[in-house]
Design a protein around this ligand. Structure first.
Ligand SMILES: CC(=O)SCCNC(=O)CCNC(=O)[C@H](O)C(C)(C)COP(=O)(O)OP(=O)(O)OC[C@H]1O[C@@H](n2cnc3c(N)ncnc32)[C@H](O)[C@@H]1OP(=O)(O)O
Ligand SMILES: O=CC(=O)O
Ligand SMILES: [Mg+2]
Length: 534
């Protein structure tokens, strides 16, 4: 179905129940204003990404702290905005998709913040995108009570502060078209949430807050800042009301952390160490740069390997120098009904949070309500009565560009088990994503889009480099195809009827075994499988 709101805007896609409450003419018009103002710059920045990527791959260029922005790093006079209402204490942040049940559960989880996810944990079907907006709309207005399986769901008295995470700049939303062009998915997710909820949130003592994913440069942060300025002006909301926490989850952004905070300083709340996409970015950026950049099995790339420590140490010291919160990342372990597995998971999460708290982070992420208490306990002890650790300036930290790029420092090895694990988890996750679920529990771990990206990129890198396994066998396309057949058969036996394994396999083959390494599996898989709109 296709409905014309104005001469320029088309909404294509099924009209779900109450979708018209989100896709009002005024809201869609607001998206169109954002698109008109920023679509061109978005395209230019995506071109700049591509050019930089090619230059890095060909060795024409290397990564360094930018000489032209040294003045920003050397100017000690600037700080980011003061913490906004509801964001003063961020010791525990729960993340999760915006389906109805998870929305209520996350808000009631005891976490200080809920990252309402339209990104790594989203399968961007039209139903999920607009349904998620509806759930947020209802939850903010305390109008989301329901019953399911005999359990009452109702937002309690002290809910978490909502921080919405729109999709990244690389994605489009094909169901909203302006002059025939699909609109930036970032602008759709941001725009609809902001348009409908900013005033409500402010009236309730909170505000319109965002996590910004997958930025690759400070110029992309500048674009977001300009989006915020226009959006606030359009709705007559004072500039500086929005707060944004930027995920540092690409290697190029790690070289521009201070500049990113500077660009957004009027709206900046902090930086987050998005470890999974960071690993993905590291592999992708240097996939063709030779053996020195080949990472070992995914399970061996932990937060304690030197190049990952360099990144988190730099993040904390950069944030605290500028009065910004440093928020830790996601340990993938989730609670289990098996007491032994559960105890191990809780212990692993505890160790992860202890390391972050000791390093000076102001809070961290958990994937499940059952992990809120452990994160709370660890950070409460480290904070010692304060809402943050901004006072810990970490002047002792000195991280060089070489430290950030020292992939070889990870050591470790590549094994048959590691290759098979990547194939297996990628198939399972992509199957889930194609069926509309963007976060899944797989072998007692929380897996999302970043996992599948790491898994298929590692395979590509190992094949490209003819990497030798621990037993001396080289990783070849033929070997991977043989293991792919075997792993697909195993996975099929578990998934049963109605699975999308054949499609998942096709996506894996294209994105892990093709001649070129695609930037994201989500972009092509979205266009091919999640929408009929061409
Ligand atoms: C790389 C990154 O970007 S990390 C951030 C993105 N990823 C995420 O946000 C993933 C968040 N986590 C999840 O989605 C889920 O925890 C999963 C999919 C991993 C597991 O979910 P489930 O299989 O439902 O777990 P489980 O059965 O243990 O859930 C128990 C209860 O907790 C709820 N729950 C589990 N995780 C969450 C969550 N993150 N938010 C809110 N509620 C949750 C379930 O809805 C369920 O509620 P119920 O008792 O009312 O039915
Ligand atoms: O978004 C978080 C990450 O780790 O990736
Ligand atoms: Mg991420």
């Amino acid at each position: 179905m296709s409905t014309r709101f104005t001469s320029r805007i088309d909404i294509a896609g099924p009209r779900g129940e109450r979708f018209d409450e989100i896709l009002t003419p005024a809201a869609v018009d607001f998206i169109a204003k954002l698109d008109n103002a920023f679509a061109g710059r978005r395209r230019e920045l995506l071109d700049a990404r591509r050019r930089r990527c090619e230059e890095l791959a060909s060795g024409e260029r290397s990564l360094e702290f930018l000489p032209e922005t040294r003045w920003i790093r050397n100017d000690s006079s600037w700080q980011v905005a003061q913490p906004a209402p509801g964001l003063e204490d961020r010791r525990v942040e729960i993340t999760g998709p915006t389906d109805k049940k998870m929305t209520v559960n996350a808000l009631n989880s005891g976490a200080k913040v809920w990252l309402a996810d339209f990104e790594d944990a989203l399968s961007p079907t039209w139903a999920n995108v607009i349904g998620g907006q509806l759930n947020l709309y209802d939850a903010i207005r305390r109008n989301i009570d329901f019953e399911s399986n005999g359990k009452q769901y109702r937002v309690g008295d002290n809910p978490a502060t909502i921080v919405a995470r729109p999709r990244g700049w690389h994605l489009v939303e094909k169901h909203i078209r302006i002059d025939g062009r699909p609109v930036s998915a970032s602008l759709v997710d941001f725009g609809l949430y902001f348009f409908h909820n900013a005033r409500q949130l402010i009236a309730r003592g909170s505000g319109p807050y965002f996590y910004l994913p997958k930025l690759e440069s400070h110029l992309e942060a500048r674009l977001w800042n300009d989006v915020f300025l226009l959006a606030q002006d359009e709705l007559g909301i004072p500039r500086g009301t929005i707060r944004a926490t930027v995920l540092i989850e690409t290697i190029t952004a790690a070289f521009e952390m201070e500049e990113i905070l500077y660009e957004l300083r009027e709206h900046a709340a902090g930086l987050n160490a998005g470890r999974w996409d960071y690993i993905f970015s590291m592999i992708k950026t240097f996939a063709d740069s030779g053996a020195d950049f080949v990472l070992p099995d995914r399970a061996q790339v932990t937060m304690t390997v030197p190049f990952m420590r360099a990144y988190t140490e730099l993040l904390v010291s950069t944030c605290h120098k500028r009065g910004a919160y440093a928020i830790g990342g996601m340990a993938a372990f989730i609670p289990s009904k098996d007491p032994e597995v559960n105890a191990t998971a809780l212990e692993k999460v505890r160790q992860d949070k202890e390391r972050e708290a000791n390093d000076g982070f102001d809070g961290s992420w958990v994937a499940h309500p059952g992990l809120v208490p452990v994160c709370d306990e660890v950070f409460s002890e480290a904070l010692g009565g304060w809402p943050n650790q901004l006072g810990r300036l970490r002047d002792d930290v000195s991280v060089t560009g070489e430290d950030l790029l020292n992939v070889a420092s990870a050591g470790g090895e590549v094994t048959e088990r590691g290759v098979r694990a990547n194939i297996n988890v990628a198939l399972r996750y992509v199957d889930s994503w194609l069926r509309g679920t963007g976060a899944a529990a797989i072998f007692n771990l929380m897996e999302d889009a970043a996992t599948a990206e790491i898994a298929r990129c590692q395979v590509w890198q190992w094949v490209r480099n003819g990497t030798k396994l621990d037993d001396g066998t080289a990783v070849t396309p033929e070997l991977v195809r043989q293991w792919l057949d075997e792993e697909a058969a195993n996975v099929r036996a578990d998934l049963g009827e109605g699975n999308r394994l054949d499609d998942a396999r096709e996506i894996f083959e294209e994105t892990a075994l093709g001649e070129k390494l695609p930037s994201f599996f989500t972009t092509c898989a979205y266009a091919r499988y999640l929408t009929d709109v061409r």
